[in-house]
Design a protein around this ligand. Structure first.
Ligand code: ATP
Ligand code: MG
Length: 326
């Protein structure tokens, strides 16, 4: 199995581009926010931010592009990312718009109600600046979160970044992170399809695999994606674990760790952040899968979307102490 499929960590940081938010979570289960109720937060959040925080925290070279407001919700995010080793030089501070936010309440059946303020917040207001260019010209890898593609600003920066990075020997990973039924605008769909075809590594979850391939059936979708030129696919299956598929036919299955789930938000993002960092640090797929599974599982044991992200030492302890689900 190829240990150096992704550009090495030494080429420059893994960059993630997109929404930076705070999340405020209801402490009781139930339907929505129609009554006054206890809440806890702000927690730093946003799928791209969760990914990059775990990537930095485990020891990968990591950087974030996005925007926050000139407020405490923004400072909470920037301080957390900095603490966990993420380069924040290309996060801009919007003087006018507030930091994006998401209020979340879990229903009894595990589904969620949200009140979002993203599209009209600082989260969506960033673009191609000097700082962004300076960062991209020294970066080694781009990770795209499908959720970010709904923002015009992210589409623009991602499109320019891909070309510059690929030209300097950088690599690309894509987490579709889009529900199968979700209809994207024509422009977004076109960019998504292009990114899937350019990806070195794809990290879909469940049916996103078929959504990305455009065909039904797991084996058919995997075959189609390799035809496109993807070299490595890691399929996330929640409590059923994850599977690595290599373009050379290699397959590795990784069971999930047995933990009590407190807050499922961020599992896939932490899994991805750890997996990409480990591969870029030269680990083989099996070892990277173990760290990915540990990062995902550890994160669901703590309330808050990235509160359970682990350092390499914390994940080693977690792996040593936690049994796998059978
Ligand atoms: P998200 O809901 O954050 O978008 P995802 O759908 O992208 O997540 P999942 O498959 O839910 O990704 O989670 C990624 C990995 O994290 C899984 O493959 C598994 O290893 C681990 N994981 C997720 N949830 C749990 C859980 N409840 N218990 C143990 N491990 C888990
Ligand atoms: Mg996901």
């Amino acid at each position: 199995m190829n240990a150096t499929l992704l550009a090495p960590d030494s080429l420059g940081p893994t960059v993630c581009i997109g929404e930076i938010l705070v999340e405020i979570v209801a402490t009781t289960n139930g339907n929505g926010f129609l009554n006054a109720q206890p809440l806890v937060g702000p927690f730093p959040s946003g799928a791209p931010a969760i990914f990059i925080d775990q990537c930095g925290r485990i020891g990968g070279n990591a950087a974030m592009i996005g925007a926050v407001g000139d407020d405490d919700f923004g400072r909470v995010n920037i301080e957390r990312l900095k603490r966990d080793g993420v380069d924040v030089s290309a996060i801009s501070v919007d003087p006018e718009f507030p930091t994006g936010s998401a209020f979340v309440r879990y229903r009894e059946d595990g589904s969620r109600d949200f009140v979002f303020n993203i599209a009209k917040s600082a989260a969506a207001r960033f673009g191609w600046t000097h700082e962004v260019r300076n960062l991209i010209e020294r970066s080694g890898h781009l990770h795209v979160m499908g959720s970010a593609l709904s923002m015009h600003s992210a589409r623009e920066v991602i499109s320019q970044t891909v070309d510059i990075l690929k030209a300097r020997g950088g690599t690309l990973s894509v987490d579709p992170n889009i529900r199968k039924e979700l209809k994207l605008s024509e422009e977004t769909e076109r960019l998504f399809a292009k990114l899937v075809r350019m990806a070195d590594l794809l990290l879909p979850s469940g049916e996103e695999l078929e959504r990305a391939a455009g065909v039904e059936g797991e084996a058919e979708a995997i075959a189609k994606l390799f035809e496109f030129g993807v070299r490595e696919i890691v399929l996330k299956r929640g409590v059923d674990g994850a599977t690595y598929f290599g373009w050379d036919g290699a397959r590795v299955d990784e069971a999930a760790f047995a933990v009590a789930e407190v807050d499922p938000t961020g599992a896939g993002d932490c899994f991805g952040g750890a997996y990409v960092a480990c591969r870029r640090l030269g680990m083989d797929p099996r070892q990277a899968l173990t760290y990915g599974a540990a990062a995902g599982a550890r994160n669901v044991t703590v309330r808050g979307p990235m509160e359970g992200a682990g350092t390499r030492a914390e994940l080693d302890t977690f792996i040593a102490q936690t049994r796998k689900r059978s």
